[in-house]
Write a new protein. Sequence first.
Length: 192
Amino acid sequence: MKYTFAAILAIFMLKLSAQEKHFPKDENGKFIYYKVVDSQVLAKAILLERAKNFVSTVNKKSMSLITSTDTSVLAKGKLIIDKTILVAGHPSGELNYNFVFEVKDGKYRYWLTDFEYIPYQRDRYGNFVATTTIGTPLEKSADRLNAGSWKDIQASAYLKVAKFGDTFKKYLATDKKTAEPTKKETISTKKW
């Protein structure tokens, strides 16, 4: 009975570990998240405008626009990587990246690359802050002692980036208008 339970548990763990997705590497040996999306419905100018709006308005706290041309958008950003133990969770670090978006008639592509991980620690006030300003490249291999936690960080980073990519695709596909600032009417008490 003990052996069958251990065997079932081992097979279950192997299946779970086989389902983890990892970043592919580009021609320079860096991790990359690359997607090409067919978009025959939307025009090139609309897609470019929505991508700029996504970077500058929707994610203005976590992304900054670097350059923008008539066919591309380049931005830098960061994602917060969480560490969850049972139910409680806290940020374990931040992931800095470069975001590139290019559009053609009928399709667009985007990719995130140059991932750098900066670990967090608690300060004396109980807030989680960055331990350093220098990031560690995500594709760097870890030593034997930290290999397990580094693999967990890489897996969490992939999940966060994939979620970000899905959010970006949904934003480009939907017709969300930006809220224009409403003109506030001033009330004069002198005239009545």
